[in-house]
Write a protein that binds this ligand. Sequence first.
Ligand code: SF4
Ligand code: FES
Length: 251
Amino acid sequence: MQLTIKVWRQKNNKSKGKFETHQLSNISPDMSFLEMIDVLNIQMIEAGQDPVAFDHDCREGICGTCSMYINGRPHGPHSGITTCLLHMRSFKDGETIVIEPWRSAAFPVLKDLVVDRSSFDRIVAAGGFISVNTGNAQDANSLPINKEDADASFAAAACIGCGACVAACPNGSAMLFTAAKITKLAKLPQGQPERYIRAKSMVQQMDKEGFGACSNHGACEVECPKEITLETIALMNRDYLTASLIENKEG
Ligand code: SF4
Ligand code: FES
């Protein structure tokens, strides 16, 4: 395949970025998208140029680091997959591919396609854990969890923190990410003692980080590579409201 690659180059958060155009030839349709960027970078290094900085780790759809817009869509043209699982056969020979970093005030660009997503870490640190003493490990069958709750918790736990939900949202909202982290614990017995205080702390941290509000646009759900649903947001909103009612009653 012959390709024209228009890739965003930016030295750091302080500098102004711009698109750079490169030509690639002999790209196999069976290569992954990240392997195509590897080929581009080898070509650039051989020409004495600074290679394109991009995040990647597992290349198996697990770590969530390979985040970028491809032709305007987070993680590229297909639903339900990450950039690292996208293959070049999804593009046409001779096509121009535009690659950009996430565009969100809460995800400042570190270099080229790499953004700082530590705002997500701070949301999790605000309450995305269980700190109650649960004693010794119990027998697996001594803590029954119904199938529906177990499935909902497991589905929410699939969130890999990639940030595509924020990138897809016209408001730059992090509601889907935060809701996934809240839901996976709210559906389990171990998550109950801190359930409402957790929802309140994490939502407050999300707002502090500068993410936008949710206006039920739904783009987050469409672009999420792990197919996290808007139902998690409904649960988060209910838990946040319950936390406020408890506070008013006690306060
Ligand atoms: S909710 Fe989906 S899109 Fe958002 S961070 Fe988690 S996996 Fe990525
Ligand atoms: S590199 Fe880990 S999810 Fe893509």
